[in-house]
Design a protein around this ligand. Structure first.
Ligand code: TMP
Length: 210
């Protein structure tokens, strides 16, 4: 069985990815893998501080992108790269596609600047450019996500954005998938939880065997 696999989970707020991340962690453990379950922004004590800033302080769009990438660099070097070197399956709740989607799409920040930050930050000794092996994009219309979020906790800076913001976020995810189709699996998140889980498992098994 293949070792050292890097899977990221993406989607607009309210897309319902969290329960499936837990489910996949259990699924991989059941197959005998060591699993590192982590998230962005965050995943280390320092990166969690960056998360707190990014989610609760208003800031200039470049500053926001830099904070996301600073948190990512820290997380990559302290958690993701060591886990992959050990042979773990790394399950990461959001990664760089979220920066392209939220800062690039939602905020309208320059895509090429994000690409050069990506090249700089994800250049690691073990790989020319670290990217997930598989990205599960939980795709949901923003109006459905908004209904789900009304019952959720007090919204953070991003969750309280209008639907127009999330339409841009969604389009930017689609653009990233078009740019890197091989590692993306688009999951229809506008279904029952069981149906979504079924699609997640199919996508994982297909990518895993590839
Ligand atoms: P979460 O609520 O799924 O943990 O994600 C945290 C929020 O941060 C979510 O609203 C998306 C946002 N975000 C960005 O804006 N840029 C990023 O690069 C990442 C990783 C998350």
């Amino acid at each position: 069985m293949r070792q050292s696999w890097f899977v990221s989970f993406e989607g607009i707020d309210g897309a319902g990815k969290s329960t499936h991340i837990e489910g996949l962690a259990a699924w991989f453990k059941g197959k005998g893998h060591a699993v590192t379950l982590t998230r962005e922004p965050g995943g280390t004590p320092l990166a969690e501080k960056f998360r707190d800033l990014a989610l609760h302080e208003s800031m200039d769009a470049l500053t926001e992108a830099l904070v996301m990438f600073a948190a990512r660099r820290e997380h990559l070097m302290q958690v993701i790269e060591p886990a992959l070197a050990r042979g773990d399956v790394v399950l990461c709740d959001r990664f760089t596609d979220a920066t392209f989607a939220y800062q690039g799409g939602g905020r309208g920040f320059d895509w090429e600047v994000l690409q050069s930050l990506e090249r700089m930050v994800q250049h690691v000794p073990a790989s020319v450019l670290r990217q997930p092996d598989l990205t599960l994009w939980f795709d949901l219309p923003p109006e459905v996500a908004a209904q789900r979020l009304t019952t959720a906790r007090v919204p953070d800076k991003f969750e309280s954005q209008p639907q127009s913001f999330f339409r841009e976020v969604r389009s930017a995810y689609a653009r990233r998938m078009a740019e890197m189709p091989k590692r993306f699996a688009q999951i229809d998140a506008n279904q029952s939880r069981d149906a979504v889980w079924h699609d997640v498992l199919i996508a994982v098994q297909r990518a895993y065997q590839a």
